[in-house]
Design a protein around this ligand. Sequence first.
Ligand code: SAM
Length: 254
Amino acid sequence: MQPKTQDSTENSSASFGFRTVERDSKEGLVRGVFSSVAGNYDIMNDLMSGGLHRLWKNDFVRRVHANTASNILDLAGGTGDIAVRLKARTGAPVTICDINHDMLKAGWARQFDSGEAEGLRWVCGNAEHLPVADQSLDVITIAFGLRNVTNIQQALNDAYRALKPGGHFLCLEFSKVSIPLLAKLYDSYSFHVIPKIGEWVAKDKDSYQYLVESIRMFPPQKELAAMMQKAGFGRVRYDNLTFGTVAIHQGWRI
Ligand code: SAM
């Protein structure tokens, strides 16, 4: 039986997948997961999602207004999948901020090799305390990153702080599947197949077990929308993709 709550900001514990851990230790545990998966991160995304993650990411980036955004931060940007798409859509340079050096290194190498490195800036930093001035950004995106952050509300608050008035926040994240039969099939696939793929391809079952569990622990659509409103965002909305397997949340600093 999985535990019910995501991280509460009031107590000293946090969820690490289905485990409850000391709040202060979660960041290090998450860092360990992504250091371990960094080398196989991109191939594993294709294998686990059957390539669907590419369609979700394309759809996500299409919601950023083209040619208007100039100061863009892709948070928890990992190997740069979102940043490359943002650069192509807006024509503006994009800063990738991620807490994990190994993911940034893997991303830099990948984008350098594919000729995409120009216009990308790589910064190591924590979503809970962005290394940027107040009201300095036009757009902040975060894809498949927010569920790994220890204090999600703090990350939303800080994104709000960093956006200029009129600035746009977009989050792409796994969410709650809306059709019960599909949810059952998806659960079965997630818990029985994904850790096995992780074991065979990346030689790391535990990290993929964590990834699957962390999806189940993430606030569902309405709860996340309420947290965004609490952070101050206006015109908050969300759209489900693939029956809620993932959802795109958006909000503006008004
Ligand atoms: N956005 C990329 C994508 O969609 O392919 C990478 C997503 S990957 C599943 C999650 C990323 O979140 C990892 O690179 C991890 O290091 C990063 N991350 C986890 N906790 C973070 C935090 N507190 N602040 C910034 N990045 C974080």
